[in-house]
Design a protein around this ligand. Sequence first.
Ligand SMILES: NC(=O)c1ccc[n+]([C@@H]2O[C@H](COP(=O)([O-])OP(=O)(O)OC[C@H]3O[C@@H](n4cnc5c(N)ncnc54)[C@H](OP(=O)(O)O)[C@@H]3O)[C@@H](O)[C@H]2O)c1
Length: 380
Amino acid sequence: MEVVKSVVSFMCNSEFWRMAVLWSFSLIFSYLKLFYESLFSQESKFQPRCSLKDSIFSTALVARPVCIVTGATSGLGAAAAHALSNEGFYVVLVGRSSELLSKAISEIKSRNHDACLKAFEVNLSSFVSILEFKHSLQQWLQDSNMHSSVQLLINNAGILATSRRFTCEGYDDCRMLATNYIGAFCLTKVLLPLLESSPVPCRVVNVTSFTHRNVSFRQADRETISGKFFMKSKDYPYARIYEYTKLCILLFSYELHRKVGLMKKSQHLSIVAADPGAVQTNIMREIPSPVSTMAFAAMKLLGVLQSSKTGVSAIVDAALAPPDVSGVYFFGGKGRSLNSSALSYDAKLAKDLWDASCNLFEEEQVAAQRDGNCAVGNDE
Ligand SMILES: NC(=O)c1ccc[n+]([C@@H]2O[C@H](COP(=O)([O-])OP(=O)(O)OC[C@H]3O[C@@H](n4cnc5c(N)ncnc54)[C@H](OP(=O)(O)O)[C@@H]3O)[C@@H](O)[C@H]2O)c1
């Protein structure tokens, strides 16, 4: 009886119908666009994968390029860590639970004995945890006699939280924004010196979603990105927040791509976005299980549901594309890319988002220094 009640109350919420209807439309729209462009587009939107031997990431200085995968304990992150370890990367798995990290490492090792793997416990919704990660990573690189740099950062961790939850720190009143966007922004900013010191081309891959196409709302100020704006609604607008986080990650990718073009020391850094499509993972863990089972069944019927092994191909395509590929949105696997929504290319919105995110970042740095949580900003 309790299950029926929870399913009915979940389905009576407009956010459920937003997910069921608008998300399905945006997914189908993306595939139709891909199909249309494959028939009629003049310029090729196909990017080949470079293997590590002939690739951008390898020289005598960096025998094994280092790749960081966030959210590597489940779904697409775990699949990406496995696929990239097969490609010859030293994969750094980032996750919240040491138990799940050990499990992910054992699973990869059981399929690839030669995999080089290292795990770090990090909570991406905590700025202090991100700073601590940077210091532990630097220490590990030094202790292992490896070049003090990172070649590939995959910002994959993400959640679909259906109820309000707050994080311990002030900048993130909404855990979904904190994990899906602010965490990725702060991690990238904090690791930028390690990416820039790479002697070979390096890359950031940001994992986004087709759901970003449903956002029409042009606001990227402090109140919005900290979640306060969304918290004003009587009902928690979880579907709208999720879509918004995925738009933010795209705006951030394109803005960083533009900025890198202007910065001399970052010339060999590229930034791309990857959208895996619909994939059967644990992302729907907070949705009542009869509803998520129905949703997966419907997507399967439409022929759009993929396993993590197939869905990860857009992420691997993005990671292994040639070094000059930057500011591109990968979708559909097989090296294919698309244009994301018109709003995601809005340079003014991207600049507003960048400025608001940098303000949050600086406030967090000051707070971390004040509270003596970590040695901050020594190496900028
Ligand atoms: N599945 C899809 O259909 C789909 C479609 C488009 C885009 N995506 C995107 O793909 C990415 C991966 O999702 P998934 O489908 O693989 O989901 P998943 O199976 O739920 O995996 C999410 C991963 O993120 C980690 N994570 C969550 N919160 C974290 C935090 N605060 N700090 C560190 N790690 C955290 C989780 O760790 P724990 O195990 O500790 O929770 C888990 O490893 C997400 O960004 C998602 O938005 C997914």
